[in-house]
Ligand binder design. Structure first.
Ligand code: NAD
Length: 563
């Protein structure tokens, strides 16, 4: 033992040695295997659990009932979020069982809108680290960092750099709540096993002054790296992921700012299995709604004219997929198909005379037309049958705008997609009232049913969670190696096929969320089928019944019996 100065050093230099035998106390602390009070007498005998649990033996159903009862006592959504995350870290199967069985109630807790608040307060509610952090400090060692993750058979990664978290802007490293939340939906709604999911946040700094000045901020306290430094870290990350997990690893980009989102997708779509939910997932879910709405509206997609308010990631992504579908079904070129689609941004209608100053992703939509500065004038001039709001700015579908849509169309289709609810372009009630019950309405945020003229209208929600879990499952189960746009079209068709006559009668163009596991299995099957057709699937031979195969691949949160 040395002098006082190095005494502490010597005593503290211990190796963090551990042995992982899943029994006794360790089993109770292992969230993947823990069943809490639901361990049976036999399991308690076999796994040295006697005395470590109170004598009562519960069922998973009773645990579920008890937890929901506790959860509903919390009035603040963030408290419910924290309780759910705690449960996930304590008893993973119970967490997923709750999510599967109470999806409509719990989705807004583990995902939008509550996850947004959780990200904002991540520093203070941070308990155990979830997910993997890769920062500029790891440059040159990203592969080693990936290898620190305990699970080896990863099938899907959701990655963010935290620059544009939901509508909340730059939350830097605190964006981790998003990949964690999205992946819990992959497991609950799409049945991808939790052990195969890896949430990652890439920390390249933040430009959020509040976080930079917050002593509790968990990320790198520097301004965002841009240009070469950023690209080099992303390149190292993408190469390391492929090296570590192989060709079939699905990488979902999430909540990157516009400028990086488009370029990352374009750069890696030919070399990796990549998917951007904000662009492609949104496009696919909205197209799914449009395809099902056609059964009410009549005609084909090419018979309609589309007007968007907002020409960002969501708007241009949706517009492009609609054009692609029109092109596929009519044989017209994509360029010609785009002419049925018009976009309005903050400076008015996107037209050719604005080409000099337009961002590159808006250029395909700069059609020949006189400039128009307001949405109302654009509606009157373009005469759309479908109006889609993706501006992020609320209250833009005014009474005049909805009335103009109704005067042009017998049944105008109005999609107010901006989130959160306060930013929706109009409410469900406004859409039904101003159109005198003629509008078909769907939104990004949920709205309660509306009674108008003695009829109950149920607004549909164009929730991305309809698509990405089933889409991802479809890619994984057939061993797809690339995402082709036709797979997104297949996902939209798979979703539209799940809407029933009963749903249409209520005014819905999306199926009820309570059937999401079944919907996901169908989407997975249509996506995999298309992947086989395009030669993108590596799992051979092709299973005879893809829906059954999808269902058989899905993770079940029901407790297994331990020998
Ligand atoms: P974004 O920032 O990429 O795009 C916003 C676009 O709106 C930009 O083109 C901007 O110029 C334009 N804009 C801003 N103010 C405007 C105004 N006053 N009038 C007209 N245009 C205006 O954002 P994004 O990712 O495209 O998302 C936009 C909105 O769509 C968000 O509110 C988001 O929550 C919502 N969204 C919904 C879904 C869904 O319902 N499934 C999916 C994705 C995004």
């Amino acid at each position: 033992m040395g002098n006082d100065g190095d005494h502490g050093d010597i005593d503290n230099n211990v190796t963090p040695w551990n042995m992982s035998i899943s029994s006794g106390h360790i089993l109770l602390r292992d969230p993947r295997h823990n069943k809490g009070l639901a361990f049976t007498e036999r399991e308690r005998d076999a796994h040295y659990l006697h005395g470590l649990l109170p004598p009562t033996i519960s069922t998973q159903e009773l645990q579920e009932k008890k937890f929901m009862h506790i959860l509903r006592q919390y009035e603040v959504p963030l408290q419910r979020y924290i309780a759910m995350i705690d449960l996930q870290e304590r008893n993973e199967r119970l967490f997923y069982k709750l999510l599967v069985d109470h999806v409509e109630e719990l989705l807004p807790i583990v995902y939008t809108p509550t996850v947004g608040e959780a990200c904002q307060k991540f520093g203070s509610i941070f308990r155990r680290p979830q997910g993997l952090y890769i920062s500029l400090k790891d440059k040159g060692q990203v592969l080693e960092v990936l290898r620190n993750w305990p699970e080896k058979n990863i099938q899907v990664i959701v990655v963010t750099d935290g620059e544009r978290i939901l509508g909340l802007g730059d939350l830097g490293c605190q964006g981790m709540g998003i990949p964690v939340g999205k992946l819990s939906l992959y497991s609950a709604l799409g049945g991808v096993p939790p052990a195969a999911c890896l949430p990652i946040t890439i920390d390249v700094g933040t430009n959020n002054e509040k976080l930079l000045n917050d002593e509790f901020y968990i990320g790198m306290k520097q301004n965002r790296a841009r240009g070469e430094e950023y690209d080099a870290l992303l390149e190292e990350f993408m190469s390391a992921v492929k090296r570590n997990y192989g060709e079939k690893i699905l990488i979902q980009f999430e909540d990157f700012a516009n400028h990086n989102a488009f370029s990352l997708l374009n750069r890696y779509r030919t070399t990796h299995l990549v998917f951007n939910d904000d662009i492609q997932g949104t496009a696919s879910v909205v197209l799914g709604g449009l395809l099902s709405a056609l059964k009410v509206l009549g005609g084909t997609l090419s018979d309609h004219t589309f007007l968007f308010l907002g020409a960002g990631e969501a708007g241009t992504g949706i517009a492009e997929l609609i054009a692609l579908q029109i092109s596929k079904t009519t044989g017209a070129s994509v360029e010609d198909s785009r002419k049925k689609i018009w976009l309005v941004d903050s400076k008015g209608l996107v037209v050719s005379s604005r080409k000099e100053s337009l961002q590159h992703f808006k250029l395909p939509w700069a059609h020949e037309h006189e400039p128009i500065s307001t949405l109302l004038d654009a509606v009157k001039e373009i005469k759309p049958s479908v109006l889609i709001g993706t501006s992020g700015v609320g209250r833009q579908f005014t009474q005049e705008v909805v009335e103009a849509m109704s005067s042009i169309n017998e049944k105008p289709l109005v999609m107010a997609l901006s989130n959160p609810t306060s930013q929706a372009e109009c409410t469900a009630e406004e859409a039904y009232t101003w159109s005198q019950g003629h509008a078909i309405f769907a939104s990004g945020s949920p709205f309660a049913p509306v009674t108008y003229a003695d009829k109950i209208f149920v607004p549909g929600q164009a929730n991305n969670a309809y698509i990405f879990p089933g889409f991802g499952l479809g890619l994984i189960m057939c061993g797809a190696t690339r995402v082709h746009d036709d797979l997104l079209l297949a996902a939209s068709e798979g979703l539209a096929s799940q809407v029933t006559e009963d749903d249409f009668a209520k005014g819905l163009i999306y199926p009820p969320f309570s059937c999401i596991r079944k919907i996901s299995a169908h989407i997975a099957a249509t996506v995999a089928d298309k992947a086989y057709e395009l030669g993108l699937a590596s799992l051979l031979p092709k299973p005879a019944d893809l829906v059954k195969f999808a269902e058989s691949c899905m993770y079940s949160p029901v407790y297994p019996n331990y020998r």
